[in-house]
Write a protein that binds this ligand. Structure first.
Ligand code: AHR
Length: 497
C-alpha cells in the first residue's frame, strides 16, 4: 500500500495557468498542416486555421503559446510574414531541413490563432541574427495604438486595434543555435534588447531572458547577476532523451524509437523526466541568491520527451508518435512544475502539434489526440489553483539501473473551492493500492477520471481512441480517507467533494 497525504489547509503558492502552456515552431508540420491549412483548403478552417485543432485545444484550455521558435526564431524576420500573402518573401528554413518557408503564417495569423483559442501569445524575438531595432519595431507593430510608423503599417495590413502582446522572449538558446554566446556577452546584449522593448500602447511587457541549457548553473548565475534586474523571467530548456548513453562517444544514441521500447528504456525515460525536479531545484537555488523575493520567474519554455522520428518521415521534421510512456512523462513533469510554482510560472510543451511530444497529430484532414493531450485534460483544473502541501510515502520501483518512485502526485484547491489531486502510477506492469488521507476539510466523495494502458499503447490514425480518459465510479471518502486502485501505467484526476 502506498500512502498519499494532502493538507487542504496548507496553501503553498499559486499554480500559474501558464505552466500548462505550449510551444509551436516553424518546423516540419508543426505550423503548416498542423495549424494552418490556408483559406482555400478542403479542411474546415477559419481564416486558414484548422477548426478541429482549435476545438481540441480550447478543450484543454491552452493558456499561452510560444512562437515562432525555437532555433527558427533567431533566424526569423517578422517583416517577411506580414502583408498580402502572395507578396511575402519565400525563404529557406535553414534551421530545420532546408524546407521552403512561404511565410503564409506570420504575425497576423499567429495572433488570430491566439484570439480563436483565447490564449496569450508569447513571442520569441530574434537576437541571434536580428537587430535591436527589428525587435523594437515588431513590438511597436503589435502593440502601438496611436499614430506611429508601425501602427500605421499594421492598419494598412488590415488590423486596426493593437493586440497588446505581453510576453516577449529575448533570444532562444543563445548559448547554442541562437548564436553560441557566452553568458557575459548574452547578458549585455539582453539589456540592450530589453531597453528598446518599449511599452507601446501602454502594454507593460513581460520580458524573458534566455536561460540555461539543462544543468548549466553558471549561466543562470551570470545572467541573473548581470541582467536579473532587467527581466521578468529566465527560461530553462530541458528535454527527456531516453536513448542509450555510453562512455564510448561512437555509441552515443540519445534518441530511440517512440513506440518500440522495452522496460529498461521505459524506466530510463522516467528517470530522465524526474531529473527536471533536480534541475529546477538547482536553478531556483541560484536564482534565490540574486532574487530572494522570487520576482523573476523560471520559465521552462521548452520541455518534452524527444524520441527518434517516425520511420519514413524526414528526420529534420521531428515527427514522433506518443505513447502512455509520454503520458507518464507529462504527468510527472506537470506535477513537478506545480510543486515548484513559487518560482516556475510558465512552461511550454515542445511542441504542440506534429513535432516532438505533441498533444495533437494530424495527417491531411485527420486528427489524433495523443495520450499527452489527455494528461493536459486531466490536469487542466490546476490552472490558477492554489498548490496544496502533499507527500507520498512509498517505495521505489524499476530496474537496477533506473529506480523511480512508484507514485507521483500533486494537489491543489481551485477557485471553485474544490480540492483536486493528480496522481500517476509509474509502474509499467503492476497496479498499486493508494491510500489517500486528507488532514483537514470534510469530504464524502472522490470523483475519478483515469487514463491507463500498456506503456507503449498509442493512438493512431487507424485506431484513434485506443487510449482515452475513463470516468470511474465515485469513491466514498470516510473519515477523510479513501483508497484507490491505480492500474499499471496510469494517470488520475481525483476531485473531492
Ligand atoms: O524544439 C526543437 C528545438 O529544440 C528548438 O528549436 C530549440 O530551441 C531546441 O534545441
Amino acid at each position: 500500500m502506498k500512502h498519499l497525504f494532502v493538507n487542504p489547509s496548507r496553501k503553498i503558492s499559486k499554480i500559474d495557468k501558464n505552466i500548462y502552456g505550449h510551444f509551436s515552431e516553424h518546423l516540419g508540420r508543426g505550423i503548416y498542416g498542423g495549424i494552418f491549412v490556408g483559406e482555400d483548403s478542403g479542411i474546415p478552417n477559419v481564416r486558414g486555421i484548422r477548426t478541429d485543432v482549435v476545438q481540441a485545444l480550447r478543450h484543454i484550455r491552452v493558456p499561452v503559446i510560444r512562437w515562432p521558435g525555437g532555433c527558427f526564431a533567431d533566424y526569423y524576420n517578422w517583416r517577411d510574414g506580414i502583408g498580402p500573402r502572395s507578396e511575402r518573401r519565400r525563404i529557406v528554413n535553414t534551421s530545420w531541413g532546408g524546407s521552403v518557408e512561404d511565410n503564409s503564417f506570420g504575425t497576423h495569423e499567429f495572433l488570430d490563432l491566439c484570439e480563436q483559442l483565447g490564449c496569450s501569445p508569447y513571442i520569441a524575438g530574434n537576437v541571434g541574427s536580428g537587430t535591436v531595432r527589428e525587435l523594437s519595431e515588431w513590438i511597436e507593430y503589435m502593440n502601438s495604438d496611436g499614430e506611429s510608423p508601425m501602427a500605421d503599417l499594421r492598419r494598412k495590413n488590415g488590423r486596426e486595434e493593437p493586440w497588446g502582446v505581453t510576453y516577449i522572449g529575448i533570444g532562444n538558446e543563445s548559448w547554442g543555435c541562437g548564436g553560441h554566446m557566452s553568458a557575459e556577452y548574452y547578458a549585455g546584449l539582453y539589456k540592450q534588447y530589453a531597453t528598446y522593448a518599449r511599452p507601446y500602447g501602454g502594454t507593460q511587457l513581460y520580458k524573458a531572458a534566455c536561460g540555461p541549457d539543462g544543468a548549466d548553473y553558471a549561466w543562470t548565475d551570470t545572467v541573473m547577476r548581470l541582467a536579473g534586474n532587467f527581466m521578468d523571467a529566465l527560461s530553462l530548456h530541458y528535454y527527456t532523451m531516453p536513448g542509450y548513453y555510453s562512455t564510448d562517444p561512437y555509441k552515443w544514441e540519445k534518441k530511440s524509437s517512440a513506440t518500440d521500447f522495452d522496460e529498461a528504456n521505459y524506466y530510463r525515460t522516467l528517470v530522465r523526466a524526474l531529473y527536471m525536479d533536480e534541475l529546477i531545484t538547482g536553478h531556483k537555488f541560484v536564482m534565490d541568491q540574486h532574487d530572494p523575493e522570487k520576482r523573476v520567474a523560471l520559465c521552462v519554455d521548452e520541455w518534452g520527451a524527444w524520441h527518434a522520428a517516425e520511420p519514413g518521415t524526414p528526420p529534420s521534421f521531428l515527427y514522433q508518435q506518443n505513447t502512455m510512456r509520454d503520458a507518464i512523462v507529462a504527468a510527472v513533469s506537470l506535477n513537478i512544475f506545480n510543486k515548484h510554482s513559487d518560482r516556475v510560472r510558465m512552461a511550454n510543451l515542445a511542441q504542440m502539434i506534429n513535432v516532438i511530444q505533441s498533444v495533437i497529430l494530424t495527417e491531411g484532414d485527420k486528427i489524433v489526440l495523443t495520450p499527452t493531450y489527455h494528461v493536459f485534460d486531466l490536469y487542466k483544473a490546476h490552472q490558477d489553483a492554489e498548490l496544496l502541501e502533499s507527500y507520498v510515502q512509498q517505495d521505489f520501483i524499476g530496474t537496477e539501473e533506473a529506480q523511480v518512485p512508484a507514485i507521483h502526485a500533486s494537489a491543489s484547491e481551485g477557485a471553485d473551492g474544490k480540492v483536486r489531486i493528480t496522481l500517476a502510477n509509474l509502474s509499467a506492469n503492476e497496479s498499486q493500492s493508494v491510500c489517500c488521507t486528507l488532514s483537514g476539510g470534510n469530504f464524502s466523495s472522490a470523483a475519478v477520471r483515469c487514463l491507463s494502458g500498456r506503456m507503449n499503447d498509442y493512438n493512431s490514425f487507424e485506431d484513434p481512441y485506443k487510449v482515452q480518459i475513463q470516468t470511474m465510479p465515485a469513491i466514498p471518502v470516510e473519515g477523510n480517507r479513501f483508497q484507490l486502485e491505480a492500474p499499471a501505467c496510469s494517470v488520475f484526476e481525483i476531485t473531492l467533494s
